[in-house]
Design a protein. Structure first.
Length: 116
């Protein structure tokens, strides 16, 4: 079993920045994709940013140019740098690892609140 632990959420003013971290409890192989999702109240969970199986990155249009996903394989950690935050970025952010088998690991979620 793998545990994904997120950190870095909080309250920030519009225009500010936060960096989220997602640390895996152990090394994982056969990963198809890993990234970040978010879910705002009353809305469906959506993909924010992810590393794809081909080695590229994928971002939802609303965060392009503002958010950057990165990783440190030695630390088994994926990051999400969020700049120029907007009130519409307010949500619970979840780390996700999707395995080649199709199985998904999820973190517990971290709250990001952007005040206008």
């Amino acid at each position: 079993q793998v545990e994904l632990v997120e950190s870095g959420g909080g309250l920030v003013q519009a225009g500010g920045s936060l960096r989220l971290s997602c640390a895996a409890s152990r090394s994982i192989f056969n990963i198809n994709a890993r990234g970040w999702y978010r879910q705002a109240p009353g809305k469906q969970r959506e993909l924010v940013a992810a590393f794809t199986s081909g080695g590229g990155t994928n971002y939802v249009d609303s965060v392009k140019g503002r958010f950057t996903i990165s990783r440190d394989n030695a630390k088994k950690t994926v990051y999400l740098q969020m700049n120029s935050l907007k009130s519409e970025d307010t949500a619970v952010y979840y780390c996700n690892y999707r395995m080649a088998s199709g199985y998904n690991y999820w973190g517990q979620g971290t709250q990001v609140t952007v005040s206008s």
